[in-house]
Each structure stands twice: as structure tokens, then as C-alpha cells.
Design a binder for this molecule. Sequence first.
Ligand code: SAH
Ligand code: SF4
Length: 387
Amino acid sequence: MSELIEPSIDQASELAGEQSGEQEKVNLLGLSRAKMEAFFLSIGEKKFRAEQVLKWVHHHRVDNFDDMSNVSKSLRERLKAIAEIRGPEVVSSHFSEDGTCKWVVRVASGSCVETVYIPDNGRGTLCVSSQAGCSLDCSFCSTGKQGFNSDLTVAEIIGQVWVAARYFGNVPAKMDRSITNVVMMGMGEPLMNFDNVVDAMDLMMDDLGYGLSKRRVTLSTSGVVPALKKLSGVSNVSLAVSLHAANNELRNQLVPINRKYPLDQLLEAIHHYMNSLTDSKRVVTIEYTLLAGINDQPEHAEQLIALLKDMPCKLNLIPFNPFPHSGYERPSNNAVRRFQESLQLAGFNVTVRKTRGGDIAAACGQLVGDVMDKTRRSERYIAARQI
Ligand code: SAH
Ligand code: SF4
């Protein structure tokens, strides 16, 4: 390896947010436009190479430098020595009768995470994971019960879009029809992996990436207030907030992060984010998982109406998707309808999320992957189940 290249590799590895090392190649899949430009400048190449390579990686989804026909042979050889395009390893693919697809992919930490594609009425929504497991331990969420292993890298997050897009075919026009929306609602809490999630979402919206509009990329959070405030300055994606209870006592039990950042702070942070968007017509989506007998009673609907009276929002009710020994039950369809109607009567726009991909365990809250738990929470959970 020439002396000219060696320091550049280190610089570029840092750009990729990965540990630098003599052997380590920079994974170009994880570089945002700014970081790709900086990478090419750091190896003495012109900035426009970034545009060429981003298109090869995300529009054509190649993983081989030899396919990059408008890049000179000498640069291709140089890139082969210092860089790579490496998507997450697909461990298994599952296809539901209703058109839902699920990919289980292995990430560098050794854990597996899940990505789900949901076609619906001309839309194709990809639900992307941000962490292997989740540290926040919401009481009704199977991902939370797996404990936590690692944050995903930018390449591992955008790599899920890349894997799904490759499945739909390497023709941009076709791909555009296939993945129309991305929601950060897979495994993990996206705001706990802030920088990597922001870079990956930038690639989703970049014309040289997947070209999705800011309205079609949604970040869902359980309410990590300081990170939500920080997001106001750096992103303009659509926001969804997992509320699940409109009083602190109940929310403390269901969503433990509420003990740190209670409802008044959360509402203030939501207002702050929504006010930072230049497009005044946008509203926050409030997600509310309905748990039978826990948060689905008339008084809960009343509390929700009072809490959200000044919040421009739409509500998305998610009837609980059961998993073994969760301790919770899904409300009846009638109970869901009653809850929906009481909110609608108060003037809210309320949808009920359909359960999709139930036959391949791809429904909301059912994603478990294979998390090499560092927290020992999964062990404790399994032990408690056996009592
Ligand atoms: N960590 C983020 C995003 C991932 S969870 C968040 O909490 O918002 C995506 C959505 O699924 C959240 O609204 C979450 O509360 C909900 N969810 C989790 N487990 C569920 C279950 N078993 N049934 C229905 N919805 C669930
Ligand atoms: Fe984590 Fe979201 Fe599950 Fe809560 S609901 S444990 S924040 S993934």
C-alpha cells in the first residue's frame, strides 16, 4: 500500500464512523453525500466522484467496483484496495400471504435485526430498525424484552433499504414504485442512535440516494426529549411519537423513559420540533398501542383528548400485537372502534393500524431478531416467565 493512500484510509474510516485500522476498508454504503465528498477529497480525487459513486451504490445498488462503468479503471483499482460496498448479510427472507416481506439481517455485532416491507393501496412502506434490541424496555414490546446489544451503523441502517431495493430490482423507476415510504419503526429507539439515524435518513431523502420526500420518511420515538430537541436543528423528517398513555402514572409503567422525561416535557419537545418545520401543514402522528383493560377505557380517551387539545396531530391506534407471556391482551374490535369513535367525536383524525404480516411475525412490536443481549434483561424475562 502506498504511503500516499495510508493516511487517507484512516481519515476516511473515521468519516465512516468506524474504527480505523490498517486492514479496514471504508464501507461506502454508509457515507452520506457530505461524507462521500470528503472521502474522495481525502484521497486526492475530485468531489464529483461522490455523485457518480452514490448513484452506483444507491440507484443501481451495485456492490462491485468493476460495475462502475463511468469510473476509470485506475480509480476502480484504487477503490478496491481501500473501500468496499458491503450491505448487511441477509440471514433469511419471509413473504406473507398479504404481500408483506420480512428480511432478517445480521449486523457487525453478531445480532440479527428485522426489516419489514408493507404494501398497501399503492404505497410501499419499509419499516427499518435502528438498533439491535432496545434499552428502553417498554412493557408491551417484544423488542424491549430482548434487551440491548448495539447501535446499527449508517451502513447497517441504509443497508436495509438497499437490501429491500435490491430485492425489488435494480431499476430505479421500478424501485421508486416499490418503496414509497420509510418509517424508523423497526427494532430500537432511533433517537438513542442519533447521528447514524440522521445520516441514514439524509441518504433516504437525497436525490443521489433514494430520493424520498421529507414527508415520506418518518422517525418514531418513545420520547427521548433532549434528542428530539436536537433533531429540530438537523432534520425535517416526519415525526411520530409513541404516547400510549395520557397520564404520567400509567405512562411511567408502560414507557419507562417517561420517568425521566414526563409528559409536559415531551409535549413541549414535540411543539418545538413541529415549529421548526417550515411547512406549517405538517402534523405529528401520535401512536397509541391499545392494551385491553389497561389504556383503552373511556377515561383514557378523555385524558388523551384533554392532553392533545392544542397539538396539531393525527392519531394512530395500534391494537396490541401479542407475543408469548407478554401479560397483555389485545382489545376486541368493538373496544377499538369505541375508542376511535370517542376521539373522532372530539374532532381528531384517527386511524387504526392494520395488522400485517402476522403469519411471518412481522407485525408491529413483534420484531425480535436475534439479539446478543448485553443487558441480561432477556435472561431475567425468560426466568420470570418460567415461575
Ligand atoms: N422505538 C420507537 C420505534 C419502534 S416501535 C418507538 O417506540 O416509537 C414502533 C411502534 O410499535 C411504537 O409505537 C411501539 O410502541 C409499538 N409497539 C411496540 N410493541 C408493540 C406491540 N406488541 N403491539 C403493538 N404495538 C407495539
Ligand atoms: Fe424500544 Fe420502541 Fe420497543 Fe419501547 S416500543 S422498547 S422504545 S423499540
